[in-house]
Design a protein around this ligand. Sequence first.
Ligand code: SF4
Length: 725
Amino acid sequence: MQQHSQNADFSQRPYEAIAREGETLVATHCSFCGMQCGMNIRVSNDTNTVLGVEPRYDFPMNGGRLCPKGVSAYRQAEHPERLLKPLIRKNGRLTEASWEEAYDLIVSKIKELQAKYGKDSIGIYSGSSMTNEKCYIMGKFARIGLGTRYIDYNGRYCMSSAAAGFNQTVGIDRGSTGPWSDIKFADVLLIAGSNTAECHPLSMPYIWGARDRGAKLIVADPRQTKTALVSDVHLDLRPGTDIALTNGLLHVMIEENWIDRDFIDRHTTGFEKLAETVKRFDPQTVSDITGVSAGKIVEAARLFGRAKNGFVLFARGVEQHSTGSDTVSNYVNLCLTTGKAGRKGAGFATFTGQGNGQGGREHGQKADQLPGYRKITDPKARAYIAKVWGVEESEIPGPGISAFEMLKSLGEEIKMLLLVCSNPMVSAPSIGNVAEYLKKLDFFVAIDMFLSESAELADVVLPSTVWIEDDGTTTNVEGRVIRIKGIDRTPGESKRDWKIICELAERLGRGQYFRFNSPEEIFNELRIASKGGVADYSGITYDKIDRMNGVFWPCPSEEHEGTPRLFEDLRFNFPDGKARLHAFEHTGPNEKIDGEYPLILTTGRVVFHYLSGNQTRRIDALRRLCPDPYCEIHPDLAARHGIGNGELVKISSRRGSIVVPAKITKTIRPDCLFVPYHWGKTLAINNLTNPALDPKSKIPEFKVCAVKLEKAKQEEMPHGQSTVH
Ligand code: SF4
């Protein structure tokens, strides 16, 4: 089988990775964002310690490049703050204990609580930075190890609106319709709600590739980010007005007949209603709602509508809203009404934030899902998975509830929580309330490699390994399944997450369903479980991934080469093969500004940190570059408040406040503030954010809340900050 052409991107340089004397190179992938860049980990042959990292030239996504996070990721491995022994809370303090003691306590609590309150008294809050194998085993453990319906994962806070939007519009949730190399062949790129240059920096060469071929770049973002700075048109919209903006673009494209009527008629349904809805969204009306000039709206519509090929790329700025799913669908509508699908240079994608954000939402750790992206309420899916697992269909519980809904209901039906690879005390909205919810638990167990802000609150903490100490697979932003290769070691008494789960299952008397000796054995069961599902991995093997430098799902047989590009036959994943053009009204954010809270707060990432910062805040090189959060303020707004650059400001919402230094910059709208979210405790901007959920995806509205701004005094800066020193 030949390596498919989508790999012929940056990988043609004459470079061969050569290990230095006394070292072995382990060819694997970055642990952080969904690009999953290829890297070689340098390992000492004498001590089996991790010495450093080099980018891989043979992996097409990054072709010899790494961003600051990727260069530093390896430093987690030998970090002195790693958890090396189980911890049990005794007299209020977490104290080192043996695995037997920890397991005995956990298992006795599970048995006691389930006997008293029923199977659903245990909940699992899982993560999407784990391998596919671990995500799969978490879903299986919840359903037939514990018999609980309560499992969900932190991907709810990340790409779930993209998933819901894709599902309702094209019937399949794969983060990108094509390989990343397709981007270079677009004539126009519309990047919405993504500061690609900071958050997915290794995507920028693809955007430059398209630019070199003459592509136009439109960026929709409230901030003039580094990405917006290099655009042809910057649509600097008010946060929470994307539906109005996209309706405006559709309005102009329809009025000017820059749409593809033949494509619409043959391959979509719902156009008439969409056209009727967007009639009211003329450029001036949209300008009044969004704050973007009517001229820019027309110019962007012209660039996008008239281009033959084009790609829409978006991220959390579009998705983390109470209308996030519909916003995603409306951006996809731009492609579908102009016939931009199913070929090189034409499609749409979401920038996956978590390393395995894609695979993490496919294999059964979502509240409503079984492996292969099957619905847990579908009788056929339940019967199939029951057969794969060797249980009665009736043993598989029904659907649970989403991650934040689970947190809110702690202490009600859920009495014990198992937290895996997640840190909701930084990443959840309205953290002050989350701390109160966790206190209502009878028992709280965390599995982590570092003592995160959330693990600090647990009754038992189990030490897990870091990503390069285990084998497995992840699925990157393109839908390409790749191999994570690990070093054979488990420092101290740490254990691999899947091993911990198998050992717990054994002690719960359910070991017969969890007798796995390696990640590959788990993967081989996952393949069968996914067979016939939307996310079909059944034709993917470890060996095939190695031979092909990754395999794109769906891949329904071992002879199949995988599916780098979706919809090439212009059939979408509905019985009639037609995409659904849904029409949306602009409703705006859940929380509106008013006289008391007159400014819009929006949150996001910086290039130096990953998600809750539990890993990156511990790495000196990254912490030095960005030690603390700050607040971006427009000079006009700062002048009105008498605030100078670097001075402390207090930002308050209806839920909490934070004191941080001001960063005065013209790149932000005068009616907005921006604060990055990678810190905990008193430095957590999520103390302020609004927990309003999108009804379809259940994603919280991280991107908009109403706040007020005040100048702060030094003594208002709380002591005991959460940054890890
Ligand atoms: Fe690549 Fe993302 Fe890792 Fe940076 S963080 S090296 S862009 S995978």
